[in-house]
Design a protein around this ligand. Sequence first.
Ligand code: NAP
Length: 481
Amino acid sequence: MPSTFSNYINGEWVSGAATFENRNPANVDELVGTFAKGTAQDIEEATKAAAAALPAWSAMSGPARGNILFKAADILDRKFEQVAADMTREEGKTLPEAKGEVRRSINIFRYFAGEGSRMPGMLVPSERDRVHMFALRKPIGVVGLVTPWNFPSAIPAWKMAPALICGNTIVVKPASAAPLSAWRIVEALAEAGAPKGVVNFVAGSGGELGQALVNAAPLRAISFTGSCEIGNWLHGEASKRRLRIQLEMGGKNPTIVLADADFGSAVENVVNAAFFSTGQKCTATSRAIVEDAIYDRFVAAVVERTKKLKVGDGMQPGIDIGPCVDKGQMETVLRYVEIGRKECGAPKCGGNRITGGAFDKGYFVEPTVFADVKEDHTIAQEEIFGPVLAIMRASNFEDAMRIANNIPFGLSSSIQTTNLSRTFEYIYRAEAGLLTVNLPSAGVEYQLPFGGSKDSSFGPKEQGPAALEFYSDYKTVYLKY
Ligand code: NAP
């Protein structure tokens, strides 16, 4: 049953004057929920509430904060099936993918809850007699968290959990296309006993709320994941106030396939990374760079495998690929497909919106493979963020490395090879923050740093122990005894 979801400000559920709809991209007749449309005033109140809650929350012991995070994880776990189904209905990814993401959010909360009992500082010997010197971690203050729709639970989780465990108070602004998954985490934190004002949630238009957030006097930092366009704008605004900022943005991720690779698993890994979650993972492979010796065979095998993928409503069993998240995203994908047709001829498979019967009610696009794509083609340079794979020919390993690195982005990158020295060559020379070897380029865990390089990212990494670097500061103490 569709419900109305309020914003959460200063420990109260607040319904606004205006609302917006969250509809299922697999069937737009289905209303997933109606959300309160937050205003600049809501952001102001949320940041003030967060500032008021900061002294008590940051004074609480790390393990006590951790207990609240553990409880929130347990609450999400109890509601696991519902939270996962909500995600499929609002974002379109398949139910098994949604379950995997909710499990990851729960694990993220438990991981950072434990960090409350560690919170490593520094203790080093002084050059001076009877001087004790050490550095403590302290919170940075009120933090704004702005998140995208493609991992509508895991990304809010991997920002909220480390921010809170470090003793910060937060204002979360989820993506309008998929706000419910983040709302579920806020609900869990409220139920777990997060004191009023510690966690605030304001959904609504990014343009309006983003400006209000970046202008809000109590704000000390912003963590943003989303497009380069918005991230770069936010960076400019935040810099005017010297706010601490962390940006995770777009990619154009390569998978290099060498002739010595395990052919079958290389095909599977490329197809998985290119098309699962409808190609809407920031770490998805959008360029397969294939060594000449196996190029034709590889293209044929990828096309054959891609044609077998089942597209449909992600709630149905046996579906591999759901819809694009909304009409705008579908139109962007189809626009790039047309550009691809002009640049390198008809796709080897796919290339169309899927219509007829129930498909008419959703934003479904056939998984699409272009071959013989050249480095300077638009579809080899610009992020499409949909089920479109560009296959490119490389004469050898050196050529493949050059093509892989020849883009402004540097988020994730992958190689398929059985050659150990090539593997290490690749690891040292690949210009990306996340690398995989003989795995799909997408599919990260939470225990290690996450983030890109070059134009994809700015600031400290997220997740793993590295997350503490953004969400805390050091206080250095020299003590004579
Ligand atoms: P987006 O359009 O940039 O939106 C991201 C978030 O920013 C949304 O909450 C959006 O709100 C908000 N926003 C919009 N305008 C804003 C403004 N002026 N000030 C502040 N916030 C504003 O990105 P998206 O379409 O949701 O996500 C897709 C993009 O995210 C892709 O480029 C993808 O590569 C990237 N991504 C990167 C990573 C990574 O880790 N590097 C991970 C996931 C996704 P509204 O929804 O209300 O517009």
